[in-house]
Write a protein that binds this ligand. Structure first.
Ligand code: SAM
Length: 340
């Protein structure tokens, strides 16, 4: 392969290391901050089956991404465990040379059933989203009456299957689940699982985001450390999204993802592939490059690499750093489409 395509840098000197692959835009939850029921209802046009990249296409494109420097792949969605046969995709991706970290983000609803098969297929670990432990709050957020206990059972099954270190993502929204921050920290202290408290972001357009709804990471840390003192620890690698902390008493680690109040665009090494094969270089992008067209043309792998590398080298996104009233009103794709 021509040397010019290898390890491309974008216009801000950021390399390409991580790839998030959305395998479906559908989800069985209707989290009010992500896929509100009023919009994602019976009339909503989800992607038709034939528009989705096949597992073969996803594997091919991942192999090409790995030649460009990607070492970490996250399968996401929508809810990735809703994609039929996703274990077969995991198994194919696990055998792509150069991918040394293969993980998946899920709402946990199908995890108790699928954890063992996913681990057997070669998945290394999982991140499970869970926004509260009490059913009143959790059901109000997922909006489909799903119980927290069933997600907790999924987390246990994943841990038993060896999908660790396991991360638990909690999006914190003021007036909705901020009261769950300390109980979540308390519940997972000492389990080896790492809770990451995420600032509610202005992704997409359907969630009616307002800055007033954001609980800043420093406020989240304040709530936790008032009960259980914490101290910062250094990031594992360039581009890590979470600021890491540990409990002073040795009960483990937690993280905060301050994408609104302390953006980390300068270190962002992530590309995103939508379920229909559009390549996005930012969660807040308005347009993606159509890789499905390239994949379904006679183009060679070298030509596919050239297309990807060209997009990456032209990349100048730093949305969260320049967030303002103007950028908030720009058209943006939904998180359920682009992949969280
Ligand atoms: N269905 C899977 C899940 O629930 O984890 C994967 C996709 S979901 C879009 C990925 C993550 O994005 C979840 O942890 C979700 O809570 C988070 N998320 C969605 N909308 C968000 C927002 N507006 N701000 C911050 N995080 C958000």
């Amino acid at each position: 392969m021509p040397v010019a395509f290898i390890d491309p840098m974008d216009t801000l000197g950021r390399p390409l290391h991580d790839l998030r692959i959305s395998v479906t835009d559908r989800c069985n939850f209707r989290c009010t901050y992500c896929m509100p029921k009023e919009i994602f209802n019976r009339e909503y046009q989800f992607l038709a089956r034939e528009l989705l990249l096949s597992f073969e296409e996803i594997t091919r494109v991942t192999r090409v991404f790995s030649t460009l420097g990607v070492t970490k792949v996250r399968i996401t969605g929508g809810e990735p465990l809703l994609r039929r046969g996703v274990e077969a995709l995991v198994s194919e991706l696990a055998s792509v040379p150069g991918i040394d970290d293969l993980t998946l983000t899920t709402n946990g609803s199908l995890l108790a059933r699928k954890a063992e098969a996913l681990a057997a297929a070669g998945l290394r670990r999982v991140t499970v989203s869970l926004d509260a432990l009490d059913d009143e709050t959790f059901m109000a957020m997922n909006d489909v009456g799903f119980r927290a206990a069933d997600v907790l059972a999924g987390i246990e099954a994943a841990a038993a299957a060896g999908l660790t270190p396991l991360k638990v993502n909690m999006v914190v929204k003021r007036g909705v689940n901020a009261h769950s921050v300390v109980p979540m920290a308390e519940h997972f202290r000492g389990t080896g699982h790492v809770v990451r408290f995420i600032e509610y972001m202005d992704v997409g357009h359907t969630n009616g985001w307002r800055m007033d709804d954001v609980v800043p990471a420093r406020e989240i840390l304040g709530m936790i450390s008032a009960r259980y003192p914490v101290e910062p620890i250094s990031p594992d690698y360039r581009g890590e999204v979470a600021q890491r902390y540990r409990y002073v008493d040795g009960a483990g680690e937690l993280g905060v993802i301050a994408s609104v109040t302390a953006p980390f665009c300068g270190d962002c090494t992530r590309a995103r592939l939508s379920a229909e094969g559009k390549l996005y270089t930012c969660l807040f992008a308005t347009r993606g490059a159509d890789l499905r067209e390239v994949l379904r043309s006679p183009a060679s792998d070298a030509e596919l690499a050239e297309a990807i590398s060209g997009v990456w080298r032209a990349r100048e996104d730093r949305y969260s750093e320049i967030r303002s009233q103007v950028t908030i009103d720009l058209p943006k794709v939904e998180m359920s489409y682009i992949g969280g």
